[in-house]
Design a protein around this ligand. Structure first.
Ligand code: NAP
Length: 343
């Protein structure tokens, strides 16, 4: 028998389920809105209301095929990170009012399960100067990704030149600022004048290159007069090729993501030949491997933010039903900073 629920808790749960695997950008109907009854809780479970959803390029990967996680099955609620607040609990680690981040899925409510082997929900502490959405952005997956990509792999040194692609996005904007904190010359590659202006005027990057302009490769050359020591790679394809062309001997390439390929059946490959000629150190990484060190990253990112060394920006889309459009925005340059859906 279900306990009586609070008046502001609906009896149904809107969910976006994967109906078909997208070809290219998401088409209407690839994700379909459905309603399910709210589940009754068993011992060891908690019910949480999803407040914000993180919109991540990897969601497009999860829709397509098995990769580092199994593909989302057809008919399943679409996998997504989110921020939620516990409404009811029969779980010993969570109580009503707790705020959590984790794999909520694209839905209004999620169940936190004690037997969830992935341990996929973490409580977030109340910190006065931080908004709830910061736990999806600067202190969430994207900020933490930028932190480990820069601190563990790039290891930036004063005076080096760092190039960041998708630099006006959630991960790139933080990676570039970490480079500035460490005394690098930082060049961001982004699409359009507004994105580029934010990088230079808003974040203090030394230069920004608009890859949507026909002369962007010449601009990249002009912006990197001493070559490139670190490529923080978020895009792949033609952009990565142009950055590798500018790299100095023994440079480091941090392979964070290849967003230019996620909507393509045959993504452009970058030739490995230049890596030998330039003796580059190339390392890919997944943030999932750093779970045990998230607190270290969040603590440092929080300090940098508190002392004004790190700025973050968010693009917020309102409404669960808008999540499919929001996912497409990542691939069409519709966001600056962290893209979030307010449920
Ligand atoms: N390794 C990991 O564990 C990990 C974790 C999180 C994210 N990532 C990767 O990090 C990258 C950024 O993710 P994010 O969540 O921070 O997203 P984001 O950068 O906030 O959004 C994606 C941005 O990519 C740019 N973009 C999209 N298609 C492009 C194309 N064809 N060519 C050039 N730029 C393009 C767009 O910026 P413009 O409009 O300015 O071009 C867009 O705003 C992705 O590759 C993602 O897969 C990796």
């Amino acid at each position: 028998m279900r306990a009586k629920r609070e008046a502001n808790v609906t009896e149904t749960n809107r969910q976006l389920k994967l109906k078909s695997r997208p070809q290219g950008l998401l088409a209407p109907g690839d994700l379909q809105l459905a309603e399910a009854p709210l589940p009754s809780l068993s011992d060891g479970q908690a019910l949480a209301r999803v407040k914000y959803l993180s919109v991540d390029p990897t969601m497009r990967v999860w829709m397509a095929a098995d990769s580092y996680l199994p593909a989302v099955a057809i008919g399943e609620v679409m996998r997504a990170f989110g921020f939620a607040e516990v409404l009811e609990s029969r779980h010993k680690e969570f109580k009503k009012g707790d705020k959590v981040v984790g794999l909520t899925g694209l839905q209004d409510y999620c169940v936190i399960d004690a037997v969830d082997k992935r341990g996929s929900f973490q409580k977030v502490p109340p910190i006065p100067f931080l908004s709830d959405t910061a736990f999806l952005g600067v202190l969430g997956v994207t900020g933490i990704t930028a932190y480990f990509g820069m601190m563990d792999i790039a290891k930036p040194q004063k005076g080096e030149t760092l190039v960041v692609s998708a630099a006006a996005g959630a991960t790139g904007s933080i990676a570039g600022q970490i480079g500035k904190i460490h005394g690098c010359r930082v060049v961001g590659i982004a699409g359009g004048a507004e994105h580029c202006k934010w990088l230079t005027d808003g974040l203090g990057f030394d230069a920004a290159v608009d890859y949507k302009q026909p002369d962007w490769k010449e601009k990249l050359t002009a912006a990197t007069p001493k070559g490139v020591d670190i490529d923080y790679e978020n895009v792949g394809g033609e952009i990565m090729r142009a950055v590798i062309d500018r790299m100095n001997l023994h440079g480091r390439v941090v392979l964070c993501g290849f967003i230019s390929g996620y909507t393509k059946a045959a993504p452009e490959e970058v030739s490995l030949g230049l890596i030998i000629v330039k003796r580059l150190r190339v390392e890919g990484f997944l943030i999932l491997d750093y779970v045990s060190r998230y607190l270290e990253a969040a603590t440092q990112l929080g300090k940098w933010k508190m002392f004004g060394k790190l700025k973050d920006r968010e693009t917020i889309v309102e409404g669960l039903e808008k999540a499919p459009d929001a996912i497409n925005m990542l691939f069409t340059g519709g966001n600056i900073g962290k893209l979030i859906v307010k449920v």
